[in-house]
Design a protein around this ligand. Sequence first.
Ligand SMILES: NC(=O)c1ccc[n+]([C@@H]2O[C@H](COP(=O)([O-])OP(=O)(O)OC[C@H]3O[C@@H](n4cnc5c(N)ncnc54)[C@H](OP(=O)(O)O)[C@@H]3O)[C@@H](O)[C@H]2O)c1
Length: 278
Amino acid sequence: MVLVLGSKGTLGSELVRQLKAKGTEVAAFDSDLDVRDAEVLIQKVSELKPEVIYNCVAYNAVDLAEKETEIAQSLNVSAVANIREAARKVDAVLVHFSTGFVFDGSSIKSYIELDQPNPQSVYAKTKYEGELEALKYPKAYVIRLNLLFGKSAESENAKKSFPELILGLAKNQKEFAFVTDEISTPTYAVDLAKATLDLVGEKYPFGIYHLPNEGQASWLDFAEEVFRIKGVEVKLNPVLGESFERAAKRPKNSVLANTKFPKLRPWQEALKEFLNSN
Ligand SMILES: NC(=O)c1ccc[n+]([C@@H]2O[C@H](COP(=O)([O-])OP(=O)(O)OC[C@H]3O[C@@H](n4cnc5c(N)ncnc54)[C@H](OP(=O)(O)O)[C@@H]3O)[C@@H](O)[C@H]2O)c1
């Protein structure tokens, strides 16, 4: 049996769906098992004795994290240490997720798994420290991704994915400005969940992996493709990141290169399938 934490989030709910479809026995918890409470968590994990723990819990509010530092720290760092210790107690494999925002974005190339992070915001720092916590355990995978999109998370507080957000706005708004000088790698929750289960199932060596969809996109590229696929006519204006007032600094380049695992399909193909399935 396996345990999914953050099971109502965008990624967690997709992992649960795919695990169940494979016939795997799954214990799934969201805020009903507070991962910040080490004692309760360790007790629960000791009872369940999962072979694998998928940690999909995170504090993902990039700008708000600059103010809510303690909350970001507790979910993205301390909770990971709790989960790692719980995994250690029962000798479970730990699967933890992180972000391309751990890099500073100054490279002109895409980032490989071995590149040195240099986080530039509170969110990015906490995600990087969370990686280090997970990697203190020898049976841990840290999987980085960017710009996650997929079915709306079941949990009310969870972050809405970008295509959903802009298509909703386009019902009343016909002109948008999107950033062109920050490039990243969109990641489809369905493809990421499948790759994650294959990685674990095929017993790849533990360590850091980059599992985004292939290709790269600025926010403008991503938005253009969403509207194009859905046939929504809007006017899109390119802007530079610095012209938006945002509390957190973003890397100009957070493109992740996957050099250790079979490549996922291009993000445009994944996006088309996602938007046509809704
Ligand atoms: N979304 C992105 O664009 C993106 C980009 C790069 C990396 N990632 C990483 O990918 C992973 C999955 O992200 P996601 O977007 O799927 O996350 P998400 O949709 O925001 O889901 C996170 C889940 O964690 C739950 N949670 C929050 N606090 C908790 C607590 N104290 N105890 C137990 N559960 C708690 C949330 O429940 P409530 O809502 O009920 O609190 C929510 O269901 C994360 O590691 C994230 O950092 C995401």
